[in-house]
Design a protein around this ligand. Structure first.
Ligand code: KG4
Ligand code: ZN
Length: 339
């Protein structure tokens, strides 16, 4: 099956052609230039930029795959979670294409795309624990199989990527901040400052494997206010503390779940220090760690096409009245339905 997949949940417009489960093309149009001046994503501008970029991005994905719309068997798009104005652009385009061409359509959860993205490049058998760390989410899931995901923990406040972005803003580095912190940290001392590693007390109804990133962000802000300069050391020390929290919690959760492997996904899994440390620390704990290449860590449509390929193969379809959802629980996918 040859699928055209569209992803527009946040600030990247992406389209891909996935052919028999393999990526034939994957195009991502970044909106960084649109949002840079504001130091963060402006939702209304994101929607408008998606409107401008969606058609050329789809055309490039088709061109790169050397196919036309006539060669496409099915259409998929992210339905949530994300910014609703952004989601609607990709989702409505996908539904219009499916309607106009009489093709089957499927909405995919963005988080499922990230969670399966590691399988784009390697044979990774279920079960595995996935650390999903992006600008909007930081969670741990035990993936038993396709569509069978158990949440082991999640952030109680900020997402990891949000903390990277906010610290970059505090340091005056610009936007998007995660990559800039990563680059600046290369020339800093990760032991220069002992920023706090949140240790969450077990609470009723809360997981032992939750995260918290708001305290470290405040600690960095207070430090910078009292001690100007030394940005590289601050960036490296913040990054070290954030990576400690991610790795320690992910490994503890994987051991507790008795899963043989841990995969990482989402924009923060592009972090060089996280990538450098997690394999060795996983191996020391008897856990095989699988890391996607950079282009599949950040938002892309190939991961949406891949998830769609697996679900289409099970006979799943969605009706064209499937709506965009700002919040979309990974454990409860919308019911597949005959069109
Ligand atoms: O998955 P993603 O592309 O979009 C969302 O679904 O949010 O993740 C974007 C997040 C941003 O917060 C960005 O700063 C962060 O991932 N990020 C990084 C790095 N590259 C991107 N964080 C740390 N180190 C990086 N190298
Ligand atoms: Zn994402």
């Amino acid at each position: 099956m040859r699928i055209l997949a569209i992803e527009s949940s946040c600030d990247d417009t992406a389209a891909a052609v996935v052919d028999g489960g393999r990526v034939a093309s994957s195009v991502v149009a970044s909106q960084d230039d649109v949002h840079r001046a504001y130091g963060g994503i402006v939702p209304e501008l994101a929607s408008r930029a998606h409107m401008t970029a969606i058609t050329p991005t789809i055309e490039r994905a088709l061109d790169d795959a050397r196919v036309g719309l006539d060669d496409i068997d099915a259409i998929a798009a992210t339905f949530g979670p994300g910014l609703v104005g952004s989601l609607l652009v990709g989702l409505c385009t996908a539904k219009a294409l499916a309607f106009g061409r009489g093709l089957p359509f499927l909405g995919i959860n963005h988080l499922e795309g990230h969670l399966l993205s590691v399988q784009l490049e390697a044979e990774v058998d279920f079960p595995y624990v996935a650390l999903l760390a992006s600008g909007g989410h930081t969670s741990l899931y035990l993936a038993h199989g396709l569509g069978d995901y158990e949440r082991l923990g999640a952030t109680r406040d900020d997402a990891a990527g949000e903390a990277f972005d906010k610290v970059a803003k505090i340091l005056g580095l610009g936007y998007p901040g995660g990559r800039l912190i990563d680059e600046l940290a290369q020339s800093g001392d990760p032991a220069a400052h002992a920023f706090p590693r949140a240790r969450l007390k077990p609470r009723k109804g809360r997981s032992r494997f939750d995260f918290s990133f708001s305290g470290i962000k405040t600690a960095v802000a207070l430090h910078v206010r009292g001690n100007p300069g030394g940005e590289a050391d601050v960036a490296a020390s913040f990054q070290e503390a954030a990576v400690d929290m991610l790795i320690n919690t992910a490994i503890a959760a994987t051991r507790d779940a008795g899963a043989p492997r841990l995969v990482i996904a989402g924009g923060v899994s592009a972090n060089s220090r996280l990538r450098e440390r997690i394999s060795a620390e996983g191996a020391a704990a008897g856990i095989d760690v699988v890391i996607p290449t950079l282009r599949y860590c950040t938002d892309n449509a190939a991961m949406i096409g891949y998830a769609a390929d697996l679900r289409f193969a099970r006979g799943e379809r969605h009706r064209l009245d499937l709506n965009a959802r700002a919040i979309a629980d990974l454990e409860r996918a919308p019911e597949p339905s005959a069109p």
